[in-house]
Design a protein around this ligand. Structure first.
Ligand SMILES: Cc1cc2nc3c(=O)[nH]c(=O)nc-3n(C[C@H](O)[C@H](O)[C@H](O)COP(=O)(O)OP(=O)(O)OC[C@H]3O[C@@H](n4cnc5c(N)ncnc54)[C@H](O)[C@@H]3O)c2cc1C
Length: 483
């Protein structure tokens, strides 16, 4: 391969593209991020990080920086606005972090720049062509059009992805029937009953009629709230039309009457309840991640988290392929693992929408479901589904209980005292925890970039070694030999 401009072009500097670029740069891959916006917009659709995303950021030593920019710790998640707890999960972070998407993006962009990779803003990808060895990406800037040749292109360019469309990739699913609006509203007089600080999903939002809903989430500044409302049975003629302040004021009045007065509406935007997923996440040298690969109604606070977790799954696999120690088989596991996860999210969002109290029967169903969700096992199941904590990837070989599961990051004992295993993942290597040095060579033959840690015991019986992938899932174990 000759005259390559870079190893990987990432299209889009949203949370997915930034996380992926971070992972690639950490692994020594030459990456260029092309972003059409000349400046960061500072606007936030998402407001939360789920526990599994927090765990993944912790693996890279990024969580402290994110926590410093967060404004709330929310003790639960929700399923169809029915609170579900994370306490049934073995995690250091059994809560959501309240943090605007723009703050996550700003932080990731800073970390990326610290690694020497700058986002090329004002660079809009127009199209691309791929051949056996490379992808040539055409993008537009103020100065005209430029071409950049790379080994791989990843479309992290959101729901209307030019990369997905350029592939002619199927995007099957359902068109939305309704609409929602998010608006950041500064109140003079806060609506009665609104939480002052965001600590729980309890009473944050609710269905208000057979198809309508509303919610009010504190944004960490006195009087400032995210107001969400909509109707799942009707939509404006033009979903891209500007949301007028009058429209928001009317909706606030309909929801809270005289109990609220508004001083300022800072930002408002529409969203749809369409649900679609790309048929494939890979076509040759082009891959899709985040909203470019899946879109759904923002129920449960999942979309950004799903995209960041896609990026963590793809990053090390793509890096290994670029560096030449893994081939198509490994890269294909990105789709094999993440497509079902995306499908499952679309499925659970549909189930959440199914719990809308549209009829006498569905109101009864919702009430019964809320009773069930209060049971610890059910709550654990549902919170595992919306957070990603419940993911277990399929593995081959043995049926060891650890395989395919995530690192829970409980302290492990070493000769010099207890350590947190997550600290071993900061440089993006595979990590081997073993009681026996003899396993180190075997692990290194599978994972050239390896950090090893001798421990005095492992939390699984009859196990001498567990190898973790860079994204924190166990992929190989060594049993204690029979006496
Ligand atoms: C109202 C609403 C509320 C939401 N709330 C939550 C929530 O609470 N929790 C949650 O987890 N998720 C939530 N989401 C979903 C979340 O916002 C998205 O899943 C997330 O933004 C996806 O990130 P992404 O990086 O994949 O795509 P995006 O954030 O869409 O980023 C794509 C980037 O690509 C750029 N781009 C696009 N085309 C091109 C091009 N041709 N060339 C160069 N650059 C391009 C765009 O400018 C953009 O910067 C919500 C969504 C909505 C609509």
């Amino acid at each position: 391969m000759h005259n390559l401009g870079t190893d990987v072009v990432v299209t889009g500097a949203g949370p997915t593209g930034l996380m992926l670029a971070h992972e690639l740069a950490l692994a020594g891959v030459d990456v260029v991020v092309l972003e059409r916006h000349p400046e960061r917009t500072g606007l936030s659709k998402a407001l939360n990080l789920q526990p599994r995303t927090a765990e993944m950021l912790e693996l890279r030593g990024l969580l402290d920086g994110v926590e410093a920019r967060s404004y709330a710790t929310v003790q639960d998640g929700h399923f169809a606005m029915i609170p579900v707890g994370y306490d049934g999960w073995d995690t250091r972070f059994p809560f959501q972090l309240g943090i605007p998407q723009a703050a996550v993006e700003g932080f990731l962009e800073e970390r990326l720049a610290a690694q020497g990779t700058k986002v090329m803003r004002g660079s809009e990808v127009v199209d691309f062509v791929q051949d056996k060895d490379s992808v040539t990406v055409r993008y537009r800037t103020d100065g005209g059009e430029t071409r950049l040749r790379a080994k791989f292109l990843v479309g992290c360019d959101g729901s209307r992805s030019v990369v997905r469309k350029g592939l002619g990739m199927g995007f099957p699913g359902v068109d939305g029937e309704g609409f929602g609006v998010v608006a950041d509203v500064l109140f003079d007089k806060t609506p009665a009953g609104a939480q002052k600080q965001w600590r729980t999903m309890r009473n944050i939002g609710e269905p208000t009629g057979e198809t309508t809903f509303k919610g009010l989430i504190p944004l960490g500044e006195p009087g400032l709230y995210r107001f969400v409302y909509g109707d799942r049975a009707s939509r404006p003629a033009d979903m891209r039309s500007t949301v007028t302040h009058d429209e928001v004021r009317q909706a606030l009045h309909d929801s809270y009457g005289e109990s609220a007065t508004v001083s300022e509406i800072r930002w408002a935007s529409r969203f749809s309840d369409a649900a679609r997923q790309a048929e494939h996440y890979r076509a040759g040298r082009v891959l899709l991640a985040g909203d470019a690969a899946h879109i759904h109604f923002p129920a449960g606070g999942q979309g950004l988290n799903l995209g960041v977790q896609d990026a963590m799954n793809l990053g090390w696999k793509l890096a290994a392929t670029v560096h030449g120690w893994a081939g198509d088989d490994l890269l294909d596991t990105y789709e094999a693992e993440r497509h079902p996860v995306g499908a499952q999210v679309l499925h659970n969002v549909a189930a959440q929408l199914g719990l809308t109290p549209r009829s006498h029967e569905s109101r009864a169903l919702r009430a019964v479901f809320a009773d069930l969700a209060a049971l610890p096992e059910v709550s654990r199941y549902l919170s595992g589904m919306v957070s990603g904590l419940g993911i277990r990837y399929e593995t081959y070989g043995t049926s060891h209980a650890a395989l395919g599961t995530r690192l829970t990051d409980q302290d492990v004992l070493t000769d010099t005292g207890p350590i947190r295993p997550s600290t071993l993942f900061h440089n993006g290597d595979f990590v081997l925890l073993t009681t026996t040095p003899a396993h180190i060579d075997a692990a290194r033959s599978q994972a050239p970039r390896l950090t090893t840690q001798l421990v005095t015991e492992l939390p699984w019986p009859s196990t001498e070694a567990v190898l973790y992938r860079p994204d924190g899932y166990a992929c190989w174990t060594a049993p204690t030999p029979p006496r």
